[in-house]
Ligand binder design. Structure first.
Ligand code: 13P
Ligand code: SF4
Length: 321
């Protein structure tokens, strides 16, 4: 509508004025992804977002996603101003892994190499040997296992369980989950598959094992998008946040994408397969972040923590090159 169009134009002008670039995750709403694409920013998975922000020459990054993505950007480029549409956009995995309890867990397993998912606070990353995203988690653990290392994995128990089964590595797992992916229901998915026997099932590994077992492809957001282009199927059932449909449909307009069933019945859960924190990234919030003096939107990371968290983050970026 007219107001949205006007807001987009104002944001474009603000991005230029601040020499800022918009970095958006595939789970943000379609209008945010479209704006990032149109303005020379990026729409990406969490690993590519980190890499894009670290390499871009803009003075200001505006990160549309959740808090750990903004913190990662700040740790990798402390001289840039990193803004987020809202600092309230957290992640249930970050919430489910409080730094002090995590540190005590690490102390209990001193002989383990600590591998944490990017969906964590700077303080948790500061305690880690490695940070990984779902794009490279399997490869990193496989590598560490081949060196004979035991692994402490946190925080996502489903992703940890999946990697453990795939690699056979010696792993202890933290117990947390993504509230979005945890909602997918296997019995309903089997029924949907029966109704659409020609569909391939695409699953993000933050989903429970019973969902992963029904998958034709398992992977990070970018890997699932790739699978939607490369598999010969015309129809897909997708078990991840529905924000991803924008890019899948854009790349394959002729294909059909169906949402994997969740526990919600429409009355109790309007859109279970959409992260409530990703949904906070609206146009108005982006405009506000760029218009104000930025204080209420700017990411700051404690310098000592940032210095420690940089090491495992650098390992991640260097490993995946
Ligand atoms: P990706 O690294 O696959 O983009 O996943 C991030 C995330 O938060 C998934 O829920
Ligand atoms: Fe966190 Fe899940 Fe939201 Fe991803 S979808 S940001 S893992 S709560």
């Amino acid at each position: 509508d007219a107001e949205k169009l006007a807001a987009r134009e104002r944001i474009k002008a603000l991005l230029k004025e601040h020499n800022a670039v918009l970095v958006a995750h595939y789970y943000t709403d379609p209008e945010i992804q479209a704006l990032a694409e149109e303005t020379g920013g990026c729409v990406a998975d969490s690993l590519e977002m980190a890499r894009f922000g670290a390499q871009h020459e803009a003075d200001t990054l505006i990160v549309a996603g959740v808090k750990f993505m903004g913190e990662t950007a700040k740790i990798l480029t402390p001289n840039k101003r990193v803004l987020m549409p809202t600092l309230e956009a957290t992640c249930s995995l970050d919430l489910g892994c409080p730094p002090e309890e995590f540190s005590a867990f690490c102390d209990k397993h001193p002989e383990h190499t600590v591998v944490v998912y990017a969906n964590t606070s700077a303080a948790v990353k500061a305690r880690a040997d490695w940070v990984v995203t779902s794009s490279i988690a399997l490869d990193v653990v496989e590598h560490l296992d081949s060196q004979g290392e035991k692994i402490l994995w946190a925080p996502d128990k489903h992703l940890g369980d999946y990697i453990n089964k795939q690699t056979g590595a010696d792993m202890v797992l933290w117990d947390a989950a993504c509230i979005v992916h945890d909602e997918f229901k296997s019995r309903a998915l089997v029924q949907l598959k029966e109704q659409h026997p020609d569909a391939a099932v695409l699953v993000h590994p933050e989903s429970p094992a019973a969902i992963v077992e029904l998958a034709d492809a398992v992977g990070s957001t970018s890997q699932l998008i790739k699978a939607s282009q490369e598999l010969p199927h015309e129809k897909f059932i997708v078990a991840t946040d529905k924000g991803i449909f924008y890019k899948m449909q854009q790349l394959s307009p002729e294909k059909t994408f169906l949402e994997a069933p969740t526990g919600g019945d429409g009355a109790t859960c309007r859109s279970c397969a959409h992260c409530p924190w990703m949904a906070m990234n609206g146009l108005a919030a982006i405009e506000q972040a760029l218009s104000s003096d930025g204080k209420a939107h700017e990411i700051h990371v404690d310098a000592a923590l940032a210095e420690k968290a940089l090491k495992p983050l650098d390992r991640m970026l260097n490993f995946s090159v």
